[in-house]
Design a binder for this molecule. Sequence first.
Ligand SMILES: [Fe+2]
Ligand SMILES: [Fe+2]
Length: 301
Amino acid sequence: MSALIEQEPLRSRKVGDIAAASSGAALLLSEFNLDLCSEDGMALEAAAQHAGADLAALEQALHRLDDAGPADSAPHETNELISHIVKRYHDTHRRELPGLLKLARKVEAIHPDHPQVPHGLADMLQKLLGEIEVHMKKEELILFPAMRLHPDGALDTPIAQMRHDHDDHDEQLREIEIRTGRFSAPASACGSWRALYSGLAKFARDFAEHMRLENDVLFPRFEQNPQDSIACDEPNPSSAASGEEIRPASPAAAPGAPAIEAHDDVASASPDPLTGASLVPMLVGGLVLIVLAMCVALALA
Ligand SMILES: [Fe+2]
Ligand SMILES: [Fe+2]
C-alpha cells in the first residue's frame, strides 16, 4: 500500500487509480459497495458519498491493507509462526474470499453471453471457500493448540490430513486459474471483472505462501517422517514475488475479447456467500474434526 500512502490525500484520488494500485484495494473498494464499473472515474470522497459508504472507515481500511510480505518475513519461533499464519493468512482469506465470491456472482450475472465470462467460477469459489474455512478451523481448534501444548510432539497423522487438504485446495485453485485464463481479464473488462481477477491473483499468491509456510516450515517440526512437499511448494518463476500468476503454464482463455458494454448494478444478484454449497463441506468438516481430534489424542498419548 505504500504507493497509495505516498499519494495522499486518498479522498481526492480517482477510484480507478486507487483500485489499480493494489489488488487488495480493488477488493476493498468493492466491499464498501463502491461500483468499480460506474464510479472508477470519481474521486474517492464523491464515490463513497454516492455509494453511502463511510469515507473515514474506507480510508482507514485502505491504509491498513497488508499485501504479502517476502517469504523470510515470517517469524521463526513456533508459537509466533502459528500466530503469524493465523493473522496474516487465515484472517486475510476470511476477509477477502466472500468479497471475491460476490464479485464473481456479479460478473457472471452481468456478462452471461460474453465469450470469456468465467461461467461456474462463483460456484467453484463457494466450494473452495467452504472447504478452506473447515480446514482453517481444524488447524486453529485442534492442530495448532496441540503444537503449542506439545512443542516436541509427533503429529504425523493429523498433519498428513492437512497436507491432503492442501493438495485438494491446490487442485481447486488450478481449476480456477484455468477457468479465468490465469486471471487475465479481457482488455475492455469492466472494473468489477478486473477487481475480481486481480483479487483472485492476490489470493492465489497469499495462499501459495500460506501453504509453503505450513508444509515446509511448520509441519516438519512435528513430523517424525516428513513427507514430500506438494507442488505449490516448488519455486516458480511466475510466482508471488513477480506479482503474476503462481502456477505453471495452463490453458489460457482466448485473447482478443470484444468490447464490453456498460451495465447496470446487479448487486441484488449476489447471494449470501456462506450458504448453499458451502454448508456441505462444513458438515463434513465437523466429522473430520472429530476424527482429527482422536488422531491428535492418540499421537500425544
Ligand atoms: Fe493454515
Ligand atoms: Fe493448512
